[in-house]
Design a binder for this molecule. Structure first.
Ligand code: FES
Length: 146
């Protein structure tokens, strides 16, 4: 597809050098390009059994976004943030089989679909849990590759 600018190549300039050196631009590109694109996470065969939990770091060494894939008791797959909604502790550090996810810092417990179930010390707090207390869901799709 032509954009109309192809005929003016002689008047084009290279990107300014700051484009390659400015760390804030790199961070902006991470969000604008890579955080919004499809990334391979895992082989769904690793999540065959209900209760299976597989942590993953999206684009390790670049985005470093910690997520977890789970299969709940209803046989539904979920892709969730692996960051506790309380103080940001990493919830799951290794592949495991679990009925729920318990944060080892202050003990919040989440179901395998990301809903916060219990939070020690927060019993009776008004309007708790709020939507922001549940683990953030990450859009995903599974594909069978033959
Ligand atoms: S950081 Fe997870 S319960 Fe506090």
């Amino acid at each position: 597809m032509k954009t109309g600018n192809e005929d003016n190549i002689g008047s084009m300039r290279t990107l300014p050098s700051m484009f390659y050196k400015d760390p804030s631009l790199l961070e902006e590109m991470k969000e604008m390009i890579f955080a919004r694109s499809w990334q391979l996470v895992t082989d769904v065969d690793r999540l065959k059994a209900p209760g299976q939990v597989v942590p993953h770091s999206v684009m390790e060494g670049f985005l470093n976004e910690p997520i977890i894939m789970t299969r709940d008791a209803d046989d539904q797959l979920h892709c969730l943030s692996n960051v506790c909604t309380h103080r940001g502790n990493l919830l799951v550090e290794g592949e495991c089989h679990a009925q729920s996810l318990r944060c080892r810092y202050h003990g919040r417990r989440f179901s395998l679909d990301g809903q916060m179930v219990t939070a020690p010390g927060f019993e009776g707090v008004a309007d708790f849990p709020a939507d922001s207390d549940h683990l953030q869901s990450v859009p995903f799709a599974s594909r069978r590759i033959y």
